[in-house]
Write a protein that binds this ligand. Structure first.
Ligand code: FE
Length: 342
């Protein structure tokens, strides 16, 4: 390592505790770059260390910053595993060549083929659903993503930015099922129906719908589950005012997305990294990992006791392979740009 390189890496090494005086050369460790920020993850990581003796040095950050950091660190990067949410973001990292292929019989057996790629794996799922104001919009009128773009919903739709990964992933699914031209027409219809310019996150949209500022929106399920479990009176009032629809049950199913992780190309602790991914697919870890953010486990046999998810019920999910879907998000951005969905 050149002196320049070492200086560049110094903040990372310090953040990971690799330069702390009590670092033992023989201690097995894993350097985890994480864009997940859930309290239950602490217990998850502690259990991994307890079970394997491998210490986890975690570096928390925003998705884009972590990806940029791994790029800049290059072949000297200490990062072993990148863990983040949304297939579109995992695809960004993959397209930059940041991951390396992983073959694991255990991961292949436990994670459905549609929820993994040769380089990264999903560990929990969330769905993008329709949320409507029960006194302003009839449930029958908003049964599909297409319904939100129909003339009947003029002035009723609230949304977040068309550039956000959650909407780009949905756009990718629409392109895969309906084609590019139809998806562009859908996005134009949606934009024409906006009650206001896109702003805020999914929770803001739910609150706007509940307050009657608009009639209908799209949201990821864990935001709904979070509000359902909230003890705040305002959240409970908001949830009482809205209804939730699983879109496209009569056709290809509701669009789902994932939390996932992959082993980085220059991982110094490759073996520990694969072991960590396998641990995330264990029954115990799956329950923690999914439930920590009110998501569903990817391992079908794992049960979680989450009252909000139980209340949401079951649905037909889109069966499109998540790895294929994520590759179309760049095209989805172009289509949304053309349609004026800012
Ligand atoms: Fe989110």
């Amino acid at each position: 390592m050149t002196r320049q390189r070492l200086l560049t890496l110094l903040p990372t090494l310090i953040a990971l505790g690799l330069l702390s005086p009590n670092t033992q050369a023989q201690t097995r460790q894993l350097n985890l770059y994480s864009a997940r920020h859930y309290q239950t993850d602490e217990a998850l990581y502690a259990n991994f260390t307890k079970a394997t003796g491998i210490r986890i040095n975690r570096l928390d950050g925003k998705e884009d910053e972590l990806v940029e950091r791994i790029r800049n660190e290059g072949s000297a990067s200490p990062a072993d595993v990148l863990i983040t949410v949304d297939a579109a973001r995992l695809e960004v990292a993959d397209a930059l060549g940041l991951f390396q292929p992983v073959r694991s019989k255990l991961l292949e057996e436990r994670i459905p083929a549609t929820l993994r790629t040769p380089t990264w794996f999903s560990f929990s799922t969330r769905a993008r659903v329709i949320v409507y104001n029960k006194s302003a919009v009839k449930r029958e009128a908003v049964q599909s993503y297409a319904d939100l773009a129909a003339p009947a919903m003029k002035g009723q739709v609230c949304g977040r930015s068309g550039s956000h990964p959650y909407n780009l992933s949905l756009g990718a699914a629409l392109i895969a099922h309906d084609g590019e031209a139809k998806t562009e027409a859908w996005a134009r219809g949606l934009v024409a129906n906006f009650a206001r310019a896109p702003k805020g996150g999914d929770t803001d949209q739910i609150k706007s719908v509940a307050a009657g500022e608009c009639g209908v929106t799209l949201s990821n399920t864990y935001y709904l589950a979070r509000m359902m479990r909230s003890t705040k009176a305002e959240d409970q009032q908001a949830m009482a005012a809205v209804g939730v629809v699983w879109p496209n049950q009569a056709s290809w199913g509701t669009h789902i997305n994932v939390s996932g992780a992959g082993v980085l190309k220059h991982a110094p602790n490759r073996e520990a990294a694969v072991q960590f991914l396998e641990y995330l697919a264990s029954n115990e870890a799956q329950a923690y990992f999914a439930d920590g953010n009110n998501e569903w486990p990817v391992v079908a046999s794992v049960k979680i006791a989450n009252p909000a998810l139980s209340a949401l019920g079951t649905f037909k999910a889109d069966a499109l392979p998540i790895g294929e879907l994520s590759k179309t998000t760049t095209l989805a951005q172009k289509v949304f740009d053309r349609a004026g969905w800012k």
